[in-house]
Write a protein of this length. Sequence first.
Length: 134
Amino acid sequence: MSVLTARFDVPLGPHAARTARHATTAVLTGWGYRDEAWLGHAAVVISELVTNAVRHGGGCVEVSVECHDGRVTLLVADGSSVVPRRREADCDGGRGLALIEALTDRWGVRDHEGGKQVWADLPRCRPGPEHHRS
């Protein structure tokens, strides 16, 4: 049972989600994940988590990627203890948590160093040249 972890801070600002998306995809690809659709879903999830942290959180934004027994978890921490909640979608957003719910097996929030960490478990995908969801 190997555990893989990667952790990095994301500079706050308009490019935070893009930076997190590229870094997360690079980590997952480096770990052997090649399924383009699955990687695309992972990129959307990390983008939404980081966007929410930048918009509604405080302090720095820390991204973690963990893989344990084939389960990949994406985690984003910020300095706010306010728990995210679903809201009505409008022209300013509000679709983030709905997207996260649609693209993950489950998600949640936990306390983290005076703020919070939002985590999301991606559907299983085997690393390697061929992928089959189990």
